[in-house]
Design a protein around this ligand. Structure first.
Ligand code: MUC
Ligand code: MG
Length: 367
């Protein structure tokens, strides 16, 4: 079996509710659907979410790479030879979302060719994953209302709150309002997407120390190395590396050198293969892992479910799975269901995503 066709299909779906955060905004889903076909007629599918403000990729750069350098690297290769595929992809630096999607599509082909769900091929640990919801910037009462609605409607009791605004009192007051509105049995953690300085983040940590927050993700810019280490040293809760740790090497550098004390793993940027290495690294050290969300569609969120549920260590905490609900539509034939605060793992061979051809025809930008 060899890969004999690569399709990079740009599509655009408006957000029903745009997501705003300290490093950017998503008002429409301008992604690329990757379809990889083998000479045996199997089609592997994955979603590529470009995030220019985080990693520099754009819809055009993803298509350019997939249809030139990566097409040359992949066409004629056996999908089972993942080592060959990764060594070829890694001749191009960066481009994490594009590489992650290639890996997921390759696993999709492997699962379909064996007639097995990828979830089982990876580890098959559990059949459901608890969902966490990420709340984007809005005014305080609206953010509290969103959390209450997600708890009521989907049974979600873990929330990641986007912060990083000025004045700091805006987000400090928000944390107090969320805790008061949701009660003590709800888990709350923060993500500032590098919006604050280390000193500002320390001030926020001190002001919110009685609220039982569990994590603080990218409070400041991890490249400001001494400020970050002062902050990590003073924090009583784990400081999570997200955009500062997209690869195994970055994760090791940030953790080993004291830049962070927990890791966000996102299949959207490290696929299944690299995510598995990052997970093993975290497990060996005993540091917390959060399965993160890159504002993923149902295609991308399904990949997170498949990976998160495959291992005991990645399923310990709730995974960020619900932000596809902010989209006005999606490309999948069968919706991903969040019920009682959890999502079930697909049982079909491969990753378990089926694309609706009519939706794809409607939203694709190239025809
Ligand atoms: C997050 O966890 O930071 C926002 C930008 C991005 O790349 O991911 C999201 C969510
Ligand atoms: Mg983050």
């Amino acid at each position: 079996m060899i890969i004999d066709r690569i399709e990079a299909i740009p599509y655009s779906i408006p957000m029903a509710k745009p997501l705003h955060f300290a490093s950017g905004s998503v008002t429409k889903i301008d992604h690329v659907l990757l379809r990889m076909t083998t000479d045996t007629g199997i089609v592997g599918v994955a979603d590529v979410p470009p995030r220019p403000y985080t990693y520099g990729e754009t819809q055009a750069s993803v298509i350019g790479l997939l249809t030139t350098l990566f097409a040359d690297a992949l066409i004629g290769t056996d999908p089972l030879d993942r080592g060959v595929i990764h060594s070829r992809l890694n001749r191009t630096i960066g481009n994490h979302a594009t590489k992650g999607a290639v890996d997921i599509a390759v696993w999709d082909i492997i699962g379909k060719s064996l007639g097995q769900p990828v979830h089982r091929l990876l580890g098959g640990y559990t059949n459901t994953v608890r969902a966490a919801h990420m709340i984007g910037f809005a005014d305080g009462p609206e953010m509290v209302e969103e959390a209450l609605r997600y708890r009521e409607q989907y049974g979600i009791s873990v929330f990641k709150v986007k912060v990083g605004r000025r004045p700091l009192s805006l987000d400090i007051d928000l944390c107090f309002a969320l805790r008061a509105g949701l009660g003590s049995d709800v888990e709350l953690y923060l993500d500032a997407n590098r919006g604050w300085t280390a000193s500002e983040a320390i001030e926020v940590l001190e002001a919110t120390s009685g609220l039982g927050l569990t994590f603080f993700e990218e409070p400041d810019d991890a490249q400001e190395i001494l400020g970050r280490r002062r902050l990590v040293g003073l924090s009583r809760i784990p400081i999570v590396a997200d955009e500062s740790a997209p690869t195994l090497g970055d994760a090791a550098r940030e953790i080993q050198t004291g830049g962070a004390t927990a890791l966000s793993i996102k299949t959207a940027r490290s696929g299944f293969s690299e995510s598995q290495k990052i997970l093993a690294y975290a497990e060996a050290l005993g540091i917390d892992v959060i399965m993160g969300n890159q504002i993923d569609t149902q295609i991308g969120s399904t990949a997170t479910v498949v990976f998160g549920a495959a291992f005991e260590y990645s399923s310990r905490r709730a995974a960020e799975l619900s932000n596809f609900l902010d989209m006005s539509d999606d490309l999948v034939a069968e919706p991903l269901v969040i019920s009682g605060g959890s999502v079930s793992v697909p049982t079909a061979p491969g990753v378990g995503v089926e694309i609706d051809p009519e939706k794809l025809a409607h939203y694709r930008l190239d025809e």
